[in-house]
Design a protein around this ligand. Structure first.
Ligand SMILES: Cc1cc2nc3c(=O)[nH]c(=O)nc-3n(C[C@H](O)[C@H](O)[C@H](O)COP(=O)(O)OP(=O)(O)OC[C@H]3O[C@@H](n4cnc5c(N)ncnc54)[C@H](O)[C@@H]3O)c2cc1C
Ligand code: SF4
Length: 502
C-alpha cells in the first residue's frame, strides 16, 4: 500500500522485519526482493508520488517539486557543477533518460581486483542484470521514435567515424516525447515506481511517502530502525515525527544522502564514510542546422556510442525541457533572443567521461550534503579531446554552426579550422557548463576496511543489521550510465539478505 501525505501527516510508529530508506533504483529493487522473501517490508521515501498532471514541459516547476534542492544541488571543488537527484516515489529513475547498459567487463575486473570483490566476475551478477533488464523491459530505442534530432546525432557521429546506434532503454512503447526529465506523461518509461514497486506492494510491502529519514536507530552495535520527519510535499513543512523499527535496515537513499544519514547517526566507518566520491564529467555540442529539426520531437536520449579511442568515454544525443536547454545554452539579451530562434534547428551531442576525478561528501548542519569534486586538468583535456569529433561531425553533416557554450572559446564554431580551439589546453573545468548526474562511491565497498566502510556483502562495518545498496557502494565510476548496475548490485545483495536464489 502506498501511503500519501494525507495518511502520514500526523506521524507514525511502525514495526517491520526490514526497512528500506529510499524508493529509487536501488531501494525499489531491495523492497521487491525483501517482500518476495516474505519479510514484512516498509519503504520510507522523502518525496511524494509524482502527480501526473505535473508531468508537463515546465522543467523548472517540475524540478522545484520533485528534485532535491529544486534541481540546483551543486558539486563544488574544481568548478560549481549541478548534480541532480529525484525526490519522489521512484527516485531518480522517474526523471532520468532510462538508458540501461551493463557494467563493462573491464570495470568489473578493475573493481574486483582493486577492492577484493570476486563476486563481480561471477555469473550471479550476469543473472542479476538479466532479471533487471527483463523487469524493466529494456530494448533498443526504435528508429520510429528518434525524430530528426536523434537521426542527426547518429549521422554526425558516423561522419566523425564513431559508430553509434539506438540506446537500450527501460521504456515500453516510447512516444518520442523528449520529456524524460519531467517524468513520462504517457507512462511509457519503466521507472521503478512502474516496474519494481508494484511487485513489492503485491507481496505486502508498505510504502510511506513524504517521510524523510534523519537518523538510524541503534542499540549497542546493532541497527534497530530509522526515524525522521513527515514533510509536506508542497510547503516542505515538517508536520510530525515517524519511526520504523526493524532488525534489518537497508540504506538506498542515494550517493549524497546515504553517507549523510550514516554521519548524522554517528556512524563514520573509521573516517571512510563520505571520504570518497566519483562522478562522470562531460561537455556538449549543439549543432544548429539549416533544416527545421524540432528537437522536442523524439526520444530524449535515443542514440549513443562508446568511444573506441578514449576508454571510459561515451557519446549520447540529448534533449531536455526546452526552457532548461535555453537557459543552459542560451546567451543574454539580444543574443539570447537570436539563439532561441535557432533552437528549432538544433541537435545536441554530449560526451560523458569516467575521468580520474575524486571528491568527498560531508553532512551540513541542515541535514543536506556538501560535496566537493576535484577534476585534474588532464581529464578536462581528455574531455575536450573527446568533444572534438562530435563538433567536427556536426559540421560535417551541415551544421550552420556549433556552440559548446564553453567560456573563453568562440561562441560559434563554423568551420573545421576553428575546432582546434577546443584542444588548445586553455579550457578549465569552470569554463565548461557541465552537469554531473552520474555520481558514485561515497560509501565505497571494499574487502579492505581501510578503503571502504561497506564490506563485500553490502554490510556497514561495525553495525549489525545495516546495509548500503545504492550507487554509494560503487568503488568508482561505472563508465556507463549507472542505473542498471545500481539495480543489479542491489538485486544481488538484497536477494542474499532475503535468502532468495541468485
Ligand atoms: C536527469 C538524470 C538523468 C539520468 N539519466 C540516466 C540514464 O539514462 N541512465 C542511467 O543509467 N542513469 C541515469 N541517471 C543516473 C541514475 O538515475 C542514478 O544513478 C540512479 O537512479 C541512482 O540510484 P539510487 O538508488 O542510488 O538513487 P536514487 O534513484 O536517486 O534514489 C534515492 C531515493 O532516496 C530518497 N531519499 C534520499 N534521502 C532520503 C531520506 N533522508 N529519507 C528518505 N528518502 C530519501 C530520494 O528521494 C530518492 O527517491 C540520471 C540521473 C539524472 C538525475
Ligand atoms: S522520450 Fe518521452 S515517451 Fe519516451 S520514455 Fe522519455 S518521456 Fe516517455
Amino acid at each position: 500500500m502506498i501511503e500519501r501525505f494525507d495518511s502520514v501527516r500526523q506521524g507514525y510508529a511502525l514495526e517491520a522485519d526490514a526497512v528500506v530508506v529510499g524508493s529509487g533504483a536501488a531501494g525499489a529493487v531491495a523492497a521487491a526482493n525483501l517482500a518476495e522473501a516474505g519479510l514484512r517490508t516498509v519503504v520510507v521515501e522523502a518525496g511524494p508520488p509524482v502527480d501526473p498532471s505535473d508531468m508537463s514541459r515546465d522543467g523548472p516547476r517540475f524540478m522545484a517539486r520533485y528534485y532535491w534542492e529544486g534541481g540546483l544541488r551543486m558539486l563544488t571543488g574544481s568548478a560549481p557543477i549541478p548534480t541532480m537527484q529525484g525526490r519522489c516515489l521512484g527516485g531518480s529513475t522517474v526523471v532520468n533518460s532510462a538508458i540501461m547498459l551493463p557494467l563493462p567487463r573491464w570495470v568489473r575486473e578493475e573493481w574486483a581486483a582493486e577492492e577484493g570483490l570476486p563476486w563481480l566476475l561471477e555469473p550471479a551478477l550476469d543473472r542479476a542484470f538479466e532479471r533487471v533488464f527483463a523487469r524493466c523491459k529494456v530494448a533498443p530505442t526504435p528508429m520510429t521514435v528518434m525524430g530528426r534530432r536523434n537521426e542527426l546525432a547518429l549521422e554526425a557521429l558516423a561522419a566523425a567515424g564513431i559508430p553509434a546506434g539506438p540506446l537500450p532503454r527501460a521504456v515500453e512503447g516510447c512516444e518520442g516525447a523528449a520529456d524524460c526529465i519531467t517524468g513520462c506523461a504517457g507512462g511509457r518509461k519503466q521507472s521503478v515506481d512502474r516496474s519494481y514497486l508494484p511487485h513489492a506492494l503485491r507481496d505486502g510491502a508498505r510504502v510511506m511517502t513524504c517521510s524523510e529519514v534523519d537518523g538510524i536507530l541503534t542499540e549497542g552495535a546493532r541497527a534497530t530502525g530509522v526515524t525522521g520527519w513527515v514533510v509536506d510535499p508542497v510547503t516542505r513543512e515538517r508536520t510530525a515525527r515517524f519511526s520504523v523499527r526493524a532488525p534489518k535496515v537497508i540504506l538506498a537513499a542515494g550517493v549524497m544522502a546515504s553517507p549523510v544519514l550514516l554521519l548524522r547517526s554517528g556512524i563514520r566507518g573509521g573516517g571512510r564514510v563520505g571520504a570518497t566520491l566519483y562522478a562522470h564529467i562531460g561537455a556538449g555540442a549543439m549543432g544548429v542546422m539549416e533544416e527545421v529539426v524540432d528537437p522536442w520531437i523524439g526520444a530524449t536520449q535515443g542514440v549513443g556510442a562508446i568511444s573506441a579511442e578514449i576508454r571510459g568515454m561515451k557519446y549520447e544525443s540529448l534533449w531536455a525541457a526546452t526552457n532548461l536547454i535555453a537557459a543552459r545554452w542560451g546567451a543574454l539579451g539580444a543574443r539570447f533572443y537570436d539563439q532561441l530562434q535557432d533552437l528549432r534547428h538544433a541537435t545536441v551531442v554530449v560526451v560523458v567521461y569516467r575521468g580520474a576525478v575524486h571528491g568527498r561528501v560531508r553532512a551540513r548542519r541542515n541535514g543536506l550534503p556538501a560535496m566537493k569534486l576535484t577534476i585534474p586538468q588532464s581529464e578536462i583535456d581528455t574531455t575536450m579531446r573527446g568533444l572534438r569529433p562530435a563538433v567536427e561531425g556536426l559540421l560535417a553533416v551541415g551544421a550552420r554552426y556549433v556552440t559548446t557554450s564553453i567560456h573563453g572559446l568562440p561562441k560559434t564554431i563554423r568551420s573545421p579550422a576553428e575546432v582546434d580551439a577546443l584542444v588548445s589546453g586553455r579550457v578549465r573545468a569552470r569554463d565548461i557548463p557541465m552537469t554531473a548526474n552520474h555520481v558514485f562511491g561515497s560509501c565505497r565497498m571494499s574487502a579492505d576496511p581501510r578503503r571502504g566502510p561497506v564490506d563485500p556483502e553490502g554490510r556497514v562495518r561495525g553495525v549489525d543489521g545495516l546495509w548500503v545498496v545504492d550507487t554509494s557502494v560503487f568503488p568508482s565510476g561505472s563508465a556507463v550510465n549507472p542505473q542498471a548496475t545500481c539495480m543489479a548490485v542491489s538485486d544481488l545483495l538484497t536477494r542474499r539478505i532475503g535468502g532468495l536464489t541468485t
